[in-house]
Design a protein around this ligand. Structure first.
Ligand code: SAM
Length: 275
């Protein structure tokens, strides 16, 4: 089941226990316990003894998750009534956030990933939001599965791509956005984080496992043109700047040096409204 998704969950569990956390995920520890009993080794921490990779990713995950939570709050406050979380992994925001009545959240990931997460969460969480799990492969006809699950392309939607873009080759990221665009009514939004790879970051991944090294497929070369080519108005931020706002720091191995182009990014795209 989504090994890398468990690594992210581990970091959210650690964040939840920090003083002044940016995100509190009350289910992260439960998921990790269930994964550990299922034999997953992906529950390493981010303390000084943990592989450098987890130390590098710790604040990136905290900041990006908080930024996306805030973007969601803003979007649903603005009347967006559908949210689709692509490659949701062990993300629990459809359970942990307080959703206004009428908002429909779709969580999409591979069948075995969703089956594990939903089975664990069903033990602890009652049915709150209008939430639908969509078991689908982003390399196949996922739009059909999404629509079959109740997604309505005529309703304004916020699309969430968290921890996903860099796992896709550039062409696949382009195809993904083409499908998102086809399914989006005017006034829809997309939010994504991205990490541009570097030799130092690749070395930190290689220390963990060959699979983690290979997970980085590059994603879009330029997130702003990735969005604008498909008709989305882009707003791309350096994740380091958001981190500074929260009193956090992103290490140079993943964020780039002060004189380099930023390597950790947060992007929001907007499709113009018709009115
Ligand atoms: C690094 S994890 C991030 C999970 C989650 N978004 C988060 O931030 O906690 C990437 C997720 O993408 C999912 N994923 C990767 N390839 C996929 C595909 N072809 N179809 C559906 N999901 C996929 C994985 O199963 C995994 O859960």
């Amino acid at each position: 089941m989504g090994a890398t998704a468990l690594g992210v969950t581990r970091l959210r569990a650690i964040e939840s226990n920090r003083a002044s956390p940016l995100v509190v995920d009350p289910y992260a520890e439960r998921i990790l316990e269930a994964a550990a009993s299922a034999g997953s080794a992906w529950t390493a921490g981010s303390g000084s003894g943990a592989p450098r990779f987890f130390q590098l990713m710790r604040d990136q995950v905290a900041v990006r998750t908080r930024f996306i939570d805030d973007t969601i709050a803003h979007a649903v406050g603005d009347g967006i009534a559908q949210v689709v979380v692509l490659g949701c992994g062990m993300d629990t925001r459809s359970y942990r956030l307080s959703w206004p009545a009428g908002v429909h959240v779709f969580d999409l990931d591979l069948p075995e990933v969703l089956a594990f997460r939903d089975e664990v969460l069903a033990r602890f969480v009652g049915s709150g939001s209008r939430r639908t799990s969509v078991a689908a492969d982003l390399r196949e006809d996922w739009p059909r599965s999404l629509v079959a699950a109740g997604f309505d392309p005529t309703v304004r939607t916020l699309w969430v791509c968290e921890g996903l873009l860099y796992a896709l080759p550039a062409g696949a990221a382009d195809e993904l956005l083409a499908e998102i665009t086809r399914l989006s009514s005017p006034g829809s939004s997309v939010v994504a984080d991205h990490i541009v790879d570097s030799p130092a970051f690749a070395a930190a991944r290689e220390e963990v496992s060959p699979e983690l090294l290979e997970l980085w497929q590059g994603g879009p070369a330029h997130v702003d043109t990735w969005l604008s080519r498909h008709g989305w108005e882009p707003e791309v931020r350096d994740l380091r700047d958001e981190a500074v706002r929260y009193g956090r720091e992103i290490p140079e191995e993943i964020a780039g040096g002060q004189d380099e182009a930023p390597r950790t990014l947060l992007a929001v795209g907007q499709l113009a409204s018709t009115n």
